[in-house]
Design a protein around this ligand. Structure first.
Ligand code: KIV
Ligand code: NA
Length: 254
């Protein structure tokens, strides 16, 4: 899709009924995100989410849909010990129905990404605001604003591409920097969330874009239920807006 210049429409999903709805609405990639800790479990971070939770929700999603490509988050602690632990846990997620796993972080996960890709596990990287590191980052805030931070994100993107990651989420990154990083890559497609319209695709948390999450609404979220006739219509409108480049708009960017 990157080669053809077609935008990748990605959305989180955690159960079979919504997976079927996202399939019908034309979503390309489903992310079984560890955001389920926040939106399903009512936790204040993703840190308490376990491998058992991710396996269970991946099984639910994979029963519900046929066409969308399924990516599952590796939860906090499930890959941090190194490549062998990551492979063992990735294998559980793949057996549950994931077709790719997502790993947060830059330089410290490069070796793990390479190890998994070499062994037949496609990997989605995730840089910028990485919620599993919230206690170190000091909150959910934009990353890569200063020149040091920007240089680090540029270098991490190239290293992750080199390691074999096929997709990379960039979260809460200035739009100009995300565009520059996207243009610098050759094989890895970028997926933005709070990273501007010039990424190769976009992702949002389902409960955010349907306006059902009771917590604070981030700047980069649009409620697609506004003016929609149904949930399926809202998801279809999101897909259309990503494909025609009208979402995200200037007001959603950093
Ligand atoms: O868990 C999640 O939903 C995510 C996306 C916000 C990228 O990681
Ligand atoms: Na996540």
């Amino acid at each position: 899709m990157r080669a053809e210049g077609r935008k990748v429409v990605m959305l989180t999903c955690y159960d079979a009924s919504f997976a079927a709805l996202l399939d019908r609405a034309g979503v390309d990639v489903i992310l079984v995100g560890d955001s389920l800790g926040n939106v399903l479990q009512g936790q204040t971070s993703t840190l308490p989410v376990t491998m058992d939770h991710m396996v269970y929700h991946t099984e639910c999603v994979s029963r519900g849909c046929q066409r969308p490509f399924i990516v599952t988050d590796m939860p906090f602690g499930s890959y941090h010990e190194g490549p062998a632990q990551a492979m063992r846990n990735a294998a559980r997620l793949m057996a549950a129905g994931a077709q790719m796993v997502k790993i947060e972080g830059g330089a410290h996960v490069v070796e793990t990404v390479h190890y998994l890709v070499e062994r037949g596990v496609p990997v989605c990287a995730h840089i910028g605001l990485t919620p599993q590191s919230v206690n170190q980052l000091g909150g959910y805030r934009v990353q890569g604003r200063d020149e040091d931070g920007a240089a680090r994100l540029r270098a991490e993107a190239l290293a992750l591409e080199q390691a074999g990651a096929a997709l990379m989420v960039m979260e809460m990154v200035p739009a100009g920097l995300a565009a520059e990083i996207t243009a610098s890559l050759r094989t890895m497609a970028t997926i933005g969330i709070g990273a501007g319209a010039d990424c190769d695709g976009q992702v949002l948390v389902l409960h955010d874009m349907l306006g059902v999450y009771p917590g604070r609404k981030a700047r980069f979220v649009r409620n697609f239920m506004d003016g929609a006739a149904s949930i399926e219509d809202a998801v279809a409108r999101y897909a259309a807006a990503v494909r025609d480049g009208s979402f995200p708009a200037e007001e959603h960017n950093y």
